[in-house]
Design a protein around this ligand. Structure first.
Ligand SMILES: NC(=O)c1ccc[n+]([C@@H]2O[C@H](COP(=O)([O-])OP(=O)(O)OC[C@H]3O[C@@H](n4cnc5c(N)ncnc54)[C@H](O)[C@@H]3O)[C@@H](O)[C@H]2O)c1
Length: 333
């Protein structure tokens, strides 16, 4: 394939669809051309912001658009598998939002097809393209020399002043409901992805989940103990925090025999300390980390479309993440 433009169709024009449209507008090769959403108002608002886009009449019509190279799916999880299958029928590469799905049988069938037919498909865990993940892999991944010594334990803290978060206020009701939404699927999944990519699929030893009494709303608390490749991981997640937590927080600490790596704010703030407490310098300034990750992610998408090697998680890796998340949500111990 030449170094030309790659045309992207976008299905799902809510919070995430809009974010991706803005990011795509900055990329030299990826260009959103065609959009569709189940809500006509979302299509109208998108066309107003991006008059150069074309709106399709349906998901099927978008996927059949001539000249399209890839489909980006930013709907809630329920239609992810069916839309992926339609896109594969049309020979498109698919970049799908996480969580992959909560329908495991459909996901397994889709993954079997991807493997049998060599379909191109990846899931948007943005940490896949982060410097923080690369650092963890270089320190603790398989086959590395482990300069900080053997990994002893991992701690993850997640706190949300409110759920859904204010910037997601315009998202559908699904995000705040326990059937498809909640912070475990939305946020914890990113860190389980990072954990499992560096180490191995995790086993859940205990998990306590707190829900509001209404029977509908998503979890407001999660305390869990897991193990991955023999390393214990503890998770503490909460919404509201009874005044203790002023703002959203995500912080992961990887404790090793001769030092510690702490990653905060979506791996954009990284501290590496030796056991004696000395801070080791980082090559890239922390402020640049998130932006670089976003640019790199789009370049990886180009590689996916062109059938070249890339670091984006595939559907099987994303399903393994979701299996851990759903096991946590079922509660244990
Ligand atoms: N990777 C990330 O960092 C990140 C961040 C936020 C959300 N997400 C994920 O992105 C996806 C979308 O989340 P959101 O916050 O944008 O939700 P949202 O509710 O704001 O938007 C979803 C949009 O999809 C549309 N839609 C629903 N069903 C559809 C269907 N069958 N066909 C076409 N359109 C349909 C809705 O009308 C809505 O406009 C979810 O899977 C979510 O978990 C990922």
């Amino acid at each position: 394939m030449s170094e030309g433009q790659l045309n992207i169709g976008v299905i799902g024009l809510g919070v995430m669809g809009q974010r991706m449209l803005a990011r795509l507008a900055t990329h030299p090769r990826l260009r959103a051309t065609t959009v569709w959403d189940a809500q006509p108002a979302a299509i109208a608002a998108t066309l107003q912001a991006y008059p150069e886009l074309r709106a399709a009449d349906s998901a099927e019509a978008l996927i059949a658009s001539p000249g399209l190279h890839s489909l980006y799916i930013a709907t809630p999880p329920a239609p992810h598998m069916a839309l992926s299958e339609l896109a594969f029928d049309a020979g498109l590469a698919v970049f799908c939002e996480k969580p992959l799905t909560v329908a495991f049988d459909a996901a397994r069938a889709c993954i079997a097809r991807i493997e049998a037919q060599g379909q191109r498909a990846a899931v948007n865990f943005a940490l896949a393209s982060s410097k923080g993940l690369a650092l963890l892999q270089s320190q603790f991944g398989k086959g590395t020399e482990r300069p900080l010594g053997d990994l002893q334990s991992i701690e993850l803290e997640l706190a949300f002043a409110a759920w859904p978060r204010p910037w997601q206020a315009a998202a559908g009701a699904w995000l705040g409901e326990r059937i498809e939404g909640g912070f475990s699927r939305e946020v914890l999944s990113h860190f389980i992805f990072a954990l499992q990519r560096v180490l191995a699929p995790a086993q859940v030893h205990s998990s306590r989940v707190q829900y509001p009494a209404d029977g509908i709303s998503a979890e407001i608390g999660l305390q869990a103990e897991l193990q991955a490749a023999g390393v214990p991981l503890s998770i503490r997640g909460s919404v509201g925090g009874a005044g203790e937590v002023p703002a959203d927080l995500n912080r992961m600490r990887w404790q090793a025999a001769a030092g510690q790596i702490q990653l905060q704010e979506w791996f954009s703030q990284i501290e590496v300390r030796t056991a004696a407490g000395h801070l080791l310098p980082q090559e890239v300034s922390n402020g640049d980390l998130r932006l670089n990750g976003q640019r790199d992610q789009l370049d990886q998408w180009v590689a996916l479309i062109e059938g070249r090697p890339h670091g984006l998680p595939g559907y099987a890796e994303a399903l393994a993440v979701q299996e851990t998340i759903e096991a946590l949500l079922q509660g244990r111990g």
